[in-house]
Write a protein that binds this ligand. Sequence first.
Ligand code: GUN
Length: 295
Amino acid sequence: METIILDGKALAKTIKAELREEVERIKGNAGKIPHLCAVLVGDNPASRSYVRNKVRSCEECGFKSTLIEKSTQITQPQLLKIIDDLNRDEDIDGFIVQLPLPAHIDEETITLAIDPKKDVDGFHPVNFGRMALGLPAYLPATPNGILEILKRYNIETSGKNCVVIGRSNIVGKPMNILLGRKGYPGNCTVTLTHSRTQNIKEEILRADIIIAAIGRANFITSDMVKDGAVIIDVGINRVDDVTASRGYRLKGDVDYDNVLAKASHITPVPGGVGPMTVASLLINTLKASKNEIYD
Ligand code: GUN
């Protein structure tokens, strides 16, 4: 059977067009135009690229956006002051502090300082807890983007064995919760695997749905994949390549070329999960501007 390529780039474009239409309607009714702020600390090239993408996507959808850039030398109290100002700024519906932060800044302290009502990344424990309990919450962008892919491609999830590889707070842990929840997409039997999992190959071989989020290029090889599996590749790994114009190439966690024939559905890298992450952030920002999650 022909493998279906899950085209996150095209889906994100569709979602952005829908958002743009919604913003036009809001403008016509003199309503609140969604406004996202991104805080970028330091000069991590991947973070820069992600944040630039988020700001550009806001423009594409007619959202307002603000970018606050600070040097690596910023102190934690200074960053906390910026967050406090953003919490109080009535025009800003949601904001994100791009991770990772420099080593002298405690990410947990920063995340806790963000008002959950404006936490469109869904990283605050209040949002994470609400998500886990099935209450209205901002869902973290990458997991929500994956749910959108499953939904919009009508992929059956009920009763399926889903193996999540990687237990990060941003992807693995929330994915484990979301796919195990009641409803669609969900009702999966989820196995959360990680660096200490014994016989990880055997675990992955049982999967009807594989969520690969470990950050290691080509980790999932074809001998680990059951015929007909749905493969969602969250990895965005920079691999040195002298023939590439930038000196590197983006590789997923899945050995795409060799796994392709076995998969029923697969996300490419780039152009799979990545663009959906940005689309999800915009969806959350729109919800924030309409007070849909919190009054
Ligand atoms: N770093 C990697 N992914 C993300 C994300 O979704 N949000 C933030 N704030 N930082 C990240």
